[in-house]
Design a binder for this molecule. Structure first.
Ligand SMILES: Cc1cc2nc3c(=O)[nH]c(=O)nc-3n(C[C@H](O)[C@H](O)[C@H](O)COP(=O)(O)OP(=O)(O)OC[C@H]3O[C@@H](n4cnc5c(N)ncnc54)[C@H](O)[C@@H]3O)c2cc1C
Length: 389
């Protein structure tokens, strides 16, 4: 990607960032690693893979670089969008790992910044920025996936508190999370979308249990989460009671934008060109090379489109309904990219562990999580193309 349109201030900022990275990014964190095994999720149960992972997290958190565009008061660096781009470019240039990835950063943070009270922002955002609290997402239920507004987990009004009963499903990493942000039905008499509240809960509250769901691979990234007479203070509602759907939808646009980055050629991960160059099949198979070239061009176009929408979005507001289009394209491109890597690596790709095979299988889930491709196409047709629904 071309450099940010750099005025004098930007050049100065780039110099500062370069110097800071040179001094503060440990060599072990400059290996360009991507994917699940390179991620630092943070939280009280997190076990750092090495000392340098913690050093890198702490230094970035102290400088506000885990959440660069958040205001300084909430643990960010208060960077403008252009400055944030420069920081990312400079990190990429030295192969720096992301210091911290979390549902708190990608999803809850933006929702709190928009809908939270000042007290909630000061209480919840800095620990997210420092990687101290790991969050999970309690949206889906056995009867509420694509039809998310069908949530039935119920919060009964007890004056100062809610009494929560019900079940969530597909709660990623609930068994390792410290807190959950969840959609609860707080008014059974109101219309479906108008009786939902967005509530924060401590996973250690009495009455919350999790049960990991084991996949065919043996991994258990998801859980069933159960709530039995869980007492939750009403101060932990974000936004207006019964109007949590507005918070939920806003959060989803950020989740979809984040998932769409998977198809971004500029993102981390093995570039197709490099994969092809390293492999005999990649060098000799003209069809494969043609397909790879098309995929790279499409990914570049996708990356530019993503940047354009982010530029258009007002100060951290997210890209709105366009997130459906970006998520759909990003996840499709990521599938294509991994399929080509599998084809290029041939039999070598068919090994288990942290390999192309597991990344390839993971791309299939991208088009389900955060809303399925069918649902994205429906949003695109109704809300972007204004087609009759
Ligand atoms: C990797 C992964 C991680 C996840 N993590 C979380 C998490 O942390 N927290 C959480 O709350 N949830 C999580 N989920 C759940 C995810 O959000 C749901 O799976 C998703 O919303 C789809 O819902 P569903 O599984 O109930 O499928 P359903 O809604 O039952 O859909 C089944 C099929 O029907 C299609 N369909 C449904 N309705 C329509 C329609 N109106 N028009 C056209 N087609 C339709 C769908 O596209 C799909 O193909 C995760 C899912 C995955 C795969």
């Amino acid at each position: 990607m071309g450099e940010v349109n750099a005025g004098r201030d930007h050049a100065e900022f780039r110099r500062e960032v370069r110097e800071w990275l040179e001094t503060n990014c440990p060599p072990e964190m400059r290996d360009g690693a991507a994917g699940e095994s390179s991620i630092c999720w943070g939280g009280t149960t997190w076990v750092f893979t090495c000392d340098e992972q913690k050093i890198w997290l702490d230094r970035c958190a102290a400088r506000g670089f885990t959440v660069p565009t958040w205001p300084k008061a909430y643990g960010g660096a208060g960077l403008s969008r252009d400055e944030d781009k420069i920081l990312k470019q400079e990190m990429q240039a030295i192969g720096a790992r992301s210091p911290l990835d979390s549902f708190g950063i990608w999803m809850l943070g933006p929702a709190l910044l928009k809908f939270g009270t000042e007290e909630q922002k000061l209480h919840y955002l800095p620990p997210i920025a420092r990687g101290e609290i790991r969050w999970c997402q309690g949206y889906s239920e056995p009867g509420a996936g694509s039809d998310l507004a069908g949530v039935q987990t119920h919060a009964a009004d007890q004056g100062e508190t809610w009494l929560v009963n019900g079940q969530k499903i597909w709660t990623s990493y609930a068994d390792r999370a410290d807190w959950i942000f969840a959609l609860l039905r707080t008014n059974r008499d109101a219309k479906k979308h108008l009786g939902i509240s967005f509530v924060l809960m401590d996973m250690r509250s009495p009455g919350i249990t999790t049960r990991p769901i084991q996949l065919i691979s043996g991994a258990s990234p998801f859980c069933e989460t159960f709530f039995e007479n869980v007492e939750v203070p009403k101060t932990q509602v974000v936004g207006t009671i019964d109007r949590g759907w507005d918070v939920a939808k806003y959060l989803l646009t950020h989740e979809r934008e984040m998932i769409s980055n998977g198809g971004n050629a500029m993102g981390s991960g093995r570039a197709l060109g490099a994969v092809l160059t390293e492999s005999e099949t990649g060098q000799s198979d003209p069809v494969l090379r043609g397909d790879a070239m098309r995929a790279e061009v499409d990914s570049l176009a996708m990356a530019m489109t993503l940047e354009r929408y982010k530029d258009q979005a007002e100060g951290g507001q997210g890209v709105g309904d366009a997130s459906a289009m970006l998520k759909y394209m990003g996840t499709e491109l990521n599938k294509t990219r991994l399929e080509l890597i599998m084809a290029t690596d041939g039999a070598d790709a068919l090994t288990w562990g942290d390999t192309p095979a597991s990344s390839w299988l993971r791309t299939k889930a991208n088009s389900i999580e955060g809303g399925t491709s069918e649902v994205m196409l429906s949003i695109i047709s109704r809300r972007i193309l204004n087609l009759p629904g």
